[in-house]
Write a protein that binds this ligand. Structure first.
Ligand SMILES: [Zn+2]
Ligand SMILES: [Zn+2]
Length: 474
């Protein structure tokens, strides 16, 4: 069964049950936080210290406490931090529950595919901005030793798991595949949603739709954004819009480089952002137009970097794609792949998106390619610190005093990065008086907790947390 068919079936089951007043929840079971073995979540025992992580046995808990399990960090040094992280749970659950399609499963997760299935937003080629394949419940169930044991124990699970893996492999999909076409997807073909639920960017005379009013004060959360945009919360748009809104929030609130107060009488604000590790973003570049609507009197250039951008550029440079959108960018990085001018009534902001197709990773030597020094470096949900290349970026950011912010799924990942990678780099640059800022919850995270691969109830969200690696002092 195709994972989306499964999600569609689950949605239908849920809808029928709710019609009779019986809410149902789905879960694929958890995994012991210590040994990683799959188990029914109700059979696992919580750490009494933090209440955030679950174990299959006392033995596992004891070993993990002393740092003798898979995770190299001893839980005893993280227990109190996890407890603090768990305090965010009410906030993030109230966000997902505020959407009519939002549900919290028994294990605290949000079944994203099931929500998408009800709008028939199935991934793969031809699904517009949603062509990224779903994060199925089994997405992360890799074929390791513990999974093999699990599959041997439960033949039904094994059969199901095999079928999903097979179907998933058949979903044709490449990040940015629509950039091999000659034109960008319009609002209707990109969003694949009913007219009243999509997020418009086309306010030309022929489109006959009214642009949102000019932003006068900072938009601080999903409720604000939906109200300003006049998009009902029954729309699943936030499941993609968290990308542009996270950029907006970091530029305005976190780094304070952009401001809604930029006045018509003042000069325009020019900003260049180097956005590293772009992958799924390549499927919905036109929604970055939102930043032009959100930022009156700003000219924002966003340059996308990453292995996906590089490979897409190689494909786009071939003769077969001579007339494609990407072809020109592949040959000349100074030609934007996408440009959007907000209407005058919105404050005439402008966004241009560039693809850095020349190399796989962000490198300082690539800076002159775009003629301008970046005003900020962002890495959203890019797992940046898992790459050695991250050291280059951290060093360049510090040396050249370029503000640099990243987002990640979990607070503890960023805190451990802060304590290791970043601090080590900072020590080599002691002439800078760098203030280590606390990790922030991003109000524009993708609503809903992700599937918990290893039982840890602390919030785990796409674009969940923001960490400022470096920001010059005022
Ligand atoms: Zn265990
Ligand atoms: Zn604990």
């Amino acid at each position: 069964m195709n994972p989306f068919d499964l999600a569609l079936r689950d949605f239908q089951l849920r809808r029928a049950a709710e019609r009779y007043g019986n809410p149902i929840t789905f879960t694929c079971g958890g995994r012991c936080f210590g040994c990683n073995a799959p188990a029914d979540i109700s059979m696992l025992k919580k750490c009494s210290g933090c209440g955030a992580v679950l174990y299959c046995s006392q033995k596992c808990q004891r070993l993990d406490w002393n740092g003798k399990m898979m995770e190299s960090i001893a839980h005893k040094s993280w227990c109190s931090k996890f407890k603090a992280h768990l305090h965010r749970l009410d906030t993030v659950q109230s966000v997902i529950k505020s959407f009519p399609w939002g549900r919290v499963e028994a294990d605290g997760t949000f079944y994203n595919d099931c929500a998408r299935a009800q709008f028939y937003l199935l991934g793969g080629a031809g699904f517009g901005f949603w062509s990224q394949s779903g994060m199925g419940l089994f997405e992360e169930a890799e074929d390791d030793e513990s999974m093999k044991t699990h599959r041997m124990k439960w033949p039904a699970f094994d059969e199901h798991w095999r079928a999903i893996k097979q179907e998933k492999a058949q979903i044709t999909f490449m990040n940015g595949q629509d950039l091999l076409k000659a034109t960008h997807l319009n609002d209707k073909d990109g969003w694949k949603l009913p007219q009243n639920l999509l997020v418009r960017r086309d306010f030309t005379a022929t489109a006959r739709f009214k642009a949102p009013h000019r932003v006068r004060s900072l938009i601080c959360n999903w409720d604000d954004w939906h109200a300003w945009r006049n998009v009902p919360k029954s729309s699943p748009a936030s499941l993609l819009m968290h990308y542009p809104l996270t950029i907006y929030w970091i530029l305005c609130h976190t780094l304070k480089l952009a401001s809604v107060g930029a006045d018509a009488h003042n000069e325009r604000v020019h900003l260049t952002v180097h956005y590293i590790g772009a992958e799924v973003e390549l499927n919905f570049i036109p929604i970055l137009s939102e930043l032009a609507l959100l930022l009156p009197h700003h000219d924002l250039d966003i340059v996308l970097f990453g292995p996906c951008v590089f490979y897409l550029g190689q494909e786009g440079a071939t003769a077969a794609h001579r007339t494609s959108l990407i072809s020109r960018s592949a040959h000349d990085g100074n030609i934007p792949i996408f440009t959007y001018d907000a209407p005058d009534s919105c404050g005439s902001g402008c966004v241009r998106v560039f693809l850095h197709t020349a190399s796989k990773y962000w490198d300082k030597k690539d800076l002159p390619t775009y003629g301008k020094h970046p005003d900020a470096i962002l890495a959203c949900n890019a797992g940046l610190f898992t790459y050695d290349a991250s050291h280059n970026v951290v060093h360049a950011s510090l040396e050249d005093r370029i503000p640099f912010a990243v987002t990640d799924y979990q607070e503890y990942m960023l805190e451990s990065n802060r304590d290791t990678v970043v601090l080590r780099s900072l020590l080599r640059n002691t002439h800078l008086n760098v203030v280590s800022r606390p990790v922030e919850l991003n109000p524009f995270h993708q609503p809903g907790q992700r599937y918990l691969r290893r039982a840890n109830f602390a919030p785990n969200l796409v674009n969940g947390f923001i960490f400022v690696v470096y920001q010059p002092e005022d």
